[in-house]
Design a protein around this ligand. Structure first.
Ligand code: SF4
Length: 416
């Protein structure tokens, strides 16, 4: 379906709202689509504003088939409604027509510091400002957006759209201190003296390692670091292996392929059906020439100082009692080698240990900051949302975590 009206008309506006139950933000999808059908785009925007300030972003980069579209009743017998395209359309209309985010009618004298300007931080800042609090975002880079600016390639999320979405949030009257890193330029203690509440929304941007031989050779990179720092080597004429099955693996492999690599392989331990990445992203990577080595595992990286080859082994998938996902098991004797120039690890990410260590806050058994159900850390003035507390790391979940934190901080500030 090419046209927005057709896409909206295809929705059945189900009263039970199954698509909304699949949306981490709980967007009222049937109602906003009804307004699009009626041609009342501003009203559609106002409905979305109840739950999200990132419509143009989520509309483009959410894994919709795993969220709202995965629950759409239209999908039972055919194609599900293109909810993401409709949300992005409404968000873009709001940017073009300068429809603002409504400001608070009454201002509070309470001040909140938000550490990190990614999707969680932007959302919490917007929702707290809408409640009238004086909000300051502390951002370690010279621009906001977090993984949206640094981790998502332009071909998935155009920069002008992202920048205008951020601008609209800042227009609420949010202060920003750029180039300010927690633990280096500012301490938690100092912030606690200046603010009534502090929210930590530092992302997980350090790539996880596999712990195999050769991972420290020259030419082995972390996917997050490559995307975040945009500090790529020259891939022209080179063979690159990307290890992983999520959206970072897709973004990295597609970016490297577009930068002129001779061949890009994605190595993934399980089958295509088990890949966490969106099917749409996998299809696009394949259509662009990225080759997938499903049910393969990297055993070691071989080279003298720099990477020369990888040793792979084939896997079979077995069902394990009590586990939902099939487990990949190496097939003995199926080892083989591939000559490569670069290896990129995109199997997961974690927050910067140095930053976590600089905070005098209790950690959970996985090493993340421990929080209770109200986003509260072991320090009553300090709250936590998003990756740093170990929550699911899609943009909508990060944003939802920020919105919940805004509600919890509001409750706390009303009672002090
Ligand atoms: Fe529309 Fe699908 Fe949601 Fe029903 S489930 S309201 S058809 S988007």
């Amino acid at each position: 379906m090419e046209n927005i009206q057709e896409k909206a008309d295809y929705c059945l506006n189900c009263p039970t709202k199954p698509c909304t139950t699949g949306c981490p933000l709980g967007n009222d999808i049937p109602s906003f689509i009804r307004k699009v059908k009626e041609g009342n785009y501003e009203e559609a925007y106002n409905i979305l504003l109840e739950t999200t300030v990132l419509q143009p972003v989520c509309g483009r980069i959410c894994p919709h088939m795993k969220q709202c579209r995965g629950k759409c009743v239209r999908g039972i017998k055919g194609e599900s409604v293109e909810i993401g395209e409709l949300e992005a359309f409404v968000g873009d209309m709001a940017i073009q027509n300068k429809w603002d985010i409504p400001k608070a009618e009454e201002m509070s004298d309470k001040k909140v510091a938000v550490i990190g300007g990614g999707p969680s931080g932007l959302t919490v800042a917007a929702f707290l400002r809408r409640k009238g609090y004086d909000v300051t975002i502390y951002e370690k880079y010279d621009k906001l957006g977090g993984l949206l600016s640094h981790g998502i390639p332009d071909f998935r999320l155009p920069r002008d759209i992202l920048n205008k979405t951020i601008e609209k949030i800042l227009n609420l009257g949010i202060n920003v201190k750029y180039n300010c890193s927690l633990g280096k330029d500012i301490t938690l203690e100092k912030l606690k003296n200046e603010y009534d509440a502090i929210l930590l929304t530092i992302g997980a941007n350090v790539s996880t390692k596999m712990g195999i031989e050769g991972e420290d050779l020259e030419g082995v990179y972390g996917g997050n670091e490559l995307l975040e720092n945009n500090n790529h080597p020259d891939y022209k004429g080179k063979i690159v292996i990307v290890n992983g099955g999520g959206n970072t693996a897709m973004d990295t492999s597609r970016t490297i392929n577009k930068m002129g690599a001779k061949k890009v392989y994605v190595v993934y331990r399980r089958a295509r059906e088990q890949m966490p990445a969106e099917q749409k992203e996998i299809d696009e990577a394949i259509s662009e020439g990225v080759e997938f080595l499903f049910q393969n595992n990297i055993v070691r990286i071989i080279g003298d100082k720099r990477v020369e080859k990888i040793e792979c082994i084939k896997t079979e998938l077995i069902k394990v009692e009590g586990e939902n996902r099939l487990k990949p098991v190496n097939i003995e004797g199926s080892n083989y080698e591939i000559p490569v120039d670069y290896v990129v690890m995109a199997i997961g990410s974690k927050p910067e240990e140095e930053v976590l260590n600089s905070l005098d806050l209790k950690r959970n058994k996985w090493g993340y900051i421990e929080t209770d159900e109200n986003n509260r850390t072991s320090d009553e003035k300090v709250f936590c949302a998003g990756d740093i507390s170990g929550e699911t790391s899609t943009v909508a979940w990060a944003s939802r975590s920020g919105r919940n934190a805004a509600e919890n901080i509001d409750k706390y500030l009303r009672n002090i």
